[in-house]
Design a protein around this ligand. Structure first.
Ligand SMILES: Cc1ncc(COP(=O)(O)O)c(C=O)c1O
Length: 400
């Protein structure tokens, strides 16, 4: 009898976490590696949020809470959806978990049966396909096109829908490409979904607040109110308020789904950290000026990185609308040999050689389901980004 589960055999470990481990290993050997693989803001959590957490500790708010969130946080979330997305929810339609990741996981565990299909546009966030596999479902990929800014179109979505489709798992702005769907691009997709009443929509809006150049963010249930009854709108405080370590994510959707998600959470982790929940109340209800400040910094860094990468021979880097990632193509580098003698057979070989010879850590595109590319997280200092881009340029100039 096998000791480890058959399900786990189908799941791969996170490639982004693996790259972070490799960077730590090389640094321990004394190498000056610049890490551009971690997907988190480099800024500190705003002071007012930290103060709310300290006050929660002092007030003894350190006990178990309701499984899927305290009433104060659920009201703050309802107010947020109303204020920012024009979506009306009651607290019984809201679920709070230990990060957006757990929200997505709960929703998939609560709904998937063997054979259920989940449509995932590529390039995708690394965890989506594996979460679907853990839940016993089948990921079905729809290829984002490089010449359409790594977005999918209505025809491709329509073609992927079958009688087995349970969810369309949507993410805009996207990790890893930074691509964000304009209201009209999103409407084209929701029009398709309106023709398929059995398909539910799980929208991962984690990067909602990180958009640039006046981009207008919208979410499926807002663009198409006809989808409200079958949409789970997922969000969180990790990226918007530099709170990745606090582990608070949330979602709103139909009550029976929220109740099912609560059941999954009640038999696994129970409530998210009580102190973090009070911090999230302040994040969502307190002053919002941090968002504009961080967006301005990310926009400056995006422009810097896109310009520098496009000056590297063999690299083509589109300008994304949001998040803090770029997803350049290295099509022209494939088949060449690096100065250190590595043949660039694919994007994994490129990323490994860049790390070994150029001391820059990026994540290869195959991890996100679309090659040959790599992902850079530019949530780091301008100086580190400039030095990293100079190293990438030297590496590319050495390709023969
Ligand atoms: C697209 C996307 N969704 C969800 C998450 C998970 O966020 P959290 O840290 O709140 O679990 C991430 C984190 O990297 C992400 O990039």
């Amino acid at each position: 009898m096998a000791f480890l589960s058959d399900t786990l055999a189908r799941v791969k470990p996170s490639p982004t976490v693996a790259m972070t481990g490799k960077v730590a290993e090389l640094r321990a050997q004394g190498r000056d590696v610049i890490g551009l693989s971690a997907g988190e803001p480099d800024f500190d959590t705003p002071e007012n949020i930290k103060a709310a957490a300290k006050a929660a500790i002092d007030a003894g708010r350190t006990k178990y809470t309701a499984v899927d969130g305290i009433a104060e946080l659920k009201s703050a979330i309802c107010a947020k959806f109303d204020r920012e997305n024009g979506l009306s929810y009651t607290p019984s339609q809201v679920s709070v978990s230990s990060g957006g990741k757990q929200v997505l996981f709960n929703a998939l565990m609560a709904t998937l049966n063997a054979g259920d299909e989940v449509i995932i546009p590529t390039p995708y966030w690394v965890s989506y396909p594996d979460m679907v596999l853990i839940g016993g479902g089948t990921p079905v990929f729809v290829q984002g096109q490089a010449d359409q800014g790594y977005k999918i179109n209505a025809q491709a979505l329509e073609a992927a829908i079958t009688p087995q489709t349970k969810w369309f798992l949507f993410n805009s702005p996207s990790n890893p490409s930074g691509a964000a769907y304009s209201p009209s691009e999103l409407k084209a997709l929701t029009d398709v979904l309106m023709r398929h009443p059995d398909v539910w929509v799980m929208t991962d809006d984690m990067y909602e607040h990180l958009t640039f150049d006046g981009f207008e963010f919208t979410t499926p249930a807002q663009i198409e109110p006809g989808l409200y009854e079958r949409t789970l709108t997922v969000n969180g405080v990790s990226k918007a308020y530099a709170m990745t370590g606090w582990r608070i994510g949330y979602a709103a959707g139909p009550e029976p789904l929220i109740a099912a998600m609560r059941k999954v959470q009640s038999q696994s982790t129970s409530n998210p950290c009580s102190i973090s929940q009070w911090a999230a109340v302040e994040a969502l209800s307190g002053p919002q000026d941090y968002i504009a400040t961080s967006c301005a910094a990310f926009k400056r860094r995006r422009d810097l990185v896109v310009a520098q990468l496009n000056a590297c021979p063999g690299i083509t880097c589109p300008t994304p609308e949001g998040a803090f990632y770029v997803y350049p193509s290295i099509k022209e580098c494939i088949g060449k040999t690096s100065a250190g003698g590595t043949t660039i057979t694919d994007d994994a070989a490129f990323a490994n050689a860049l790390l070994e010879e150029g001391d820059v850590a990026v994540v290869f595109g195959a991890a996100f389901g679309l090659s040959p590319n790599f992902r850079i997280s530019y949530a780091t200092s301008d100086d580190a980004l400039l030095e990293a881009c100079a190293r990438i340029k030297r590496f590319c100039e050495g390709l023969r």
